[in-house]
Design a binder for this molecule. Sequence first.
Ligand code: HEC
Length: 113
Amino acid sequence: MESKSRSLVLLLLLFSCVLLAAQETSKPAAGASTFKSKCVLCHAADGSGNTPLGKQLQAADLRSKDVQKLSDAEMRKIVHDGQANMPPFADQLSNEEIAGVVKYLRVLARSKK
Ligand code: HEC
């Protein structure tokens, strides 16, 4: 009996760890879908900017050092307010969605081969 309840506790602990881990990753995942719906037109799925419109507007390679050296706050501001040919997203995305998509840009940069 004693050991049964102990393994139940362990199981519960394990389960909450899995839930926590899932929560931890939910932001980049939401960021990924925001990116796919709002940004790939100009920035391409891999962030390279390698699309007809991206080339025409000279969209930056989001994985490049020049872009990645920006702080999260600077990136959020660019997405919120726009910059040069980059349109503002203030009226399309919530601050939370912008924060999520910026997180996703870090993931994209890490996955560059
Ligand atoms: C209509 C095309 C277009 C769309 C859509 C677009 N961008 Fe951009 N983006 C650009 C262009 C063009 C630039 C280069 C701006 C410049 O020269 O300063 C840019 C630059 C950036 C930069 C880097 C700016 C810098 O200083 O180097 C970030 C970060 C960025 N975009 C994020 C995003 C995110 C996130 C989205 C989706 C929410 C998005 N962009 C959607 C065109 C676009």
